[in-house]
Design a protein around this ligand. Structure first.
Ligand code: URA
Ligand code: CA
Length: 433
């Protein structure tokens, strides 16, 4: 087989066979196919697309390019949740103990944050003592004992995707549904879950700005997952503003604790109920979404979900008393108010810009080597649809250095304030099975 023929084939809109896709992915991973040929091929895929079968083959080929995680030592149906990314997305911190408290085993492998989106591991490390560097044996034993554990990702998962994603990033070929869908699903499948619940974000702060594109991506991923024998469902949720109120590591842990108590921001609580219900149904712990939601509400109201959080934290050497006294989490030295300059209604909050401001404060990494500050971040005081008076706080900045006006301006400018009120966007647009 010659790569040039395969580029030509895709350029002409033809479909690849399994042998061809394996040849491309294996050759690229091994270094025998040069980046300029893969770049040309990715651009051909960008314009010509891939059919359903090619998408599954592509996903499988990327899974096979590296290690896969074996979770068979863990009892029950393991369900993984994946969000296509957002700012201040605290759902994993809430959902892991919440669904564990109703019997769903949560074996979570997680990464650190890069850029303006935070990583679950960073957030958890703001709990004093919390340790994600556990062995695979400890990980399995903890999930079997407590139903929940989180481990840092050390294995070499989907190296083909790592290389290809990096190349797409610099060749304007990221935004292709078959390439995104196979990229995300290959990582989920290599991580070993039996079932997958996807949270596809749409809106100004998301990858898929348009609802129709988000739907197409969700459908593509659900088909790949189900086709490869993993029960997969997706919801499409709003990212036209950050989720919840807190952006920043320790601040999001506090927000997660509030939510586990039943006192979290309304949008975050609701999204956790919806995603948690899908996870329960996928794990066969409830027969319907309604039944699942009732169980989840009961777990929160009875305090069982918060107890599960403490058990989980303590089992990984963290200080569980943070759940009762959030002052034990890292605290920033300064709090600066971002005030509104005019009276009106909040009509938009640019999530990316809030995320970038949090990164400038030190909450996120500019490069892989950056050291982050767990205490800093931003807490929103107003969300879309809220009325605001001139001089009233839109947000509070938690900082450890005197940053001056520029950061305040960045946060202020991410808010749009208009004279006319608008209806806030729906939180959930659709669900796909
Ligand atoms: N996220 C991924 O993991 N892969 C993509 O291709 C796009 C977003
Ligand atoms: Ca949040």
């Amino acid at each position: 087989m010659r790569m040039v023929d395969l580029i030509e084939k895709k350029r002409n809109g033809e479909a690849h066979s399994e042998a061809e896709i394996d040849f491309i992915i294996q050759g690229y991973t091994a270094g025998s196919i040069p980046e300029y040929q893969i770049s040309a091929w990715a651009m051909a895929v960008y314009f010509q697309g891939m059919n359903e079968e090619e998408r599954s083959l592509m996903t499988n080929a990327m899974v096979k390019s590296g290690d896969t995680i074996d979770l068979s030592g863990i009892h029950g149906i393991k369900v993984d949740k994946h969000s296509t990314g957002g700012v201040g997305d605290t759902t994993t911190l809430v959902l892991a103990p919440l669904v564990a408290s109703v019997g769903v085993p949560v074996a979570k492998m997680s990464g650190r944050g890069l850029g303006h989106t935070g990583g679950t591991i960073d957030k958890l490390e703001s709990v004093p003592g919390f340790n994600v560097e556990i062995t695979n044996e400890q990980f399995t034993a903890l999930v079997n004992k407590n139903k929940v554990a989180v481990i840092g990702q050390t294995q070499n998962l989907t190296p083909a995707d790592k290389k290809l994603y990096g190349l797409r990033d610099v060749t304007a070929t990221v935004n292709s549904i078959p390439l995104i869908a196979s990229s995300i699903m290959s990582k989920k499948i290599a991580s070993g879950a039996d079932a997958i619940v996807l949270d596809v974000k749409t809106g100004a702060g998301a990858f898929m700005k348009e609802l129709a594109d988000a739907k197409e991506l969700a459908e593509a991923m659900v088909k790949i997952g189900n086709g490869l024998g993993r029960r997969t469902s997706a919801i499409i949720s709003d990212m036209s503003q950050p989720l919840g109120n807190a952006i920043g590591n320790a601040l999001e842990v506090k927000e997660a604790i509030d939510t586990l108590r039943g006192e979290g921001p309304e949008d975050l609580m609701e999204l956790c109920y919806v995603l948690g219900s899908h996870m329960m149904v996928a794990a066969e712990k409830a027969r319907s979404l309604e039944e699942a939601k009732a169980h989840l509400k009961e777990a929160i109201q009875s305090g069982r979900a918060l107890e599960q959080f403490k058990t989980f934290i303590e089992a990984q050497n963290g200080d569980p008393s943070v759940a009762d006294d959030v002052q034990r989490l890292p605290q920033a030295r300064y709090q600066m108010e971002v005030t509104a300059e005019e009276t009106g209604y909040v009509t938009g909050i640019v999530a990316d810009q809030i995320g970038t401001a949090a990164m400038m404060l030190g909450a996120g990494r500019a490069t892989k080597e950056s050291v982050i500050d767990l205490a800093v971040g931003i807490v929103l005081k107003k969300k879309i649809g809220d009325s605001v008076k001139a001089g009233e706080a839109l947000a509070i900045i938690h900082a450890n250095q005197a940053h001056g006006e520029s950061i305040i301006q960045t946060v202020r400018q991410s808010f749009s304030i208009d004279k006319e009120a608008i209806t806030p966007p729906p939180l959930i647009y659709d669900a796909i099975h």
